[in-house]
Design a protein around this ligand. Sequence first.
Ligand SMILES: [Mg+2]
Length: 187
Amino acid sequence: MERGYSMGFKGAAIALFTVAGVVATSGTAEAAALPSYEQWQADVKQVMDPAIPWLEQRVAQGGENLAIVLDIDNTSLETEYHKGEPNKPVLAVARWAKDHDMAVLFVTARSFSGKARGDLAKAGYEVDEICTRGLIERFGKAKARCRKDLAEQGYTITANIGNRDTDFQGGGFEKEYKLPDYDGELS
Ligand SMILES: [Mg+2]
């Protein structure tokens, strides 16, 4: 009995080691599969270029507490390419929104708002609210729950800007601006 238990533990340790090996391999493949910074920026710009013209129309239509929602990593910030730096085409839209009395709200898979707030401020963002993911909440569900919470606070979420499918699951916004994630390679 004692011996059986100890072999079971060893088996589990080997299994864990194997999983770690697979993760390391896919990490290397991920880096190789990402496009250049210039290509990423060109792709981001293509998605973001129509955002301000659309927001101009949307503001003209009117409404209560108009807001935009932004994902943080690889959307607001260049987390993968230049950690902590603002993703400029997205920052431009956030600044335009602030200048036109819209709220700028962040919905993130990060679980701690304090550091996120500091990172965003350092990158030049004015932050009205940050909604974070609960530690055991699934990404897509957390983000949908955040948008629901923000709507209940009275915000009208117009544009929702993110780079993963989980940024859009569950709706609760008027228009999506989906930045590239290169089939999941860009987290
Ligand atoms: Mg992201």
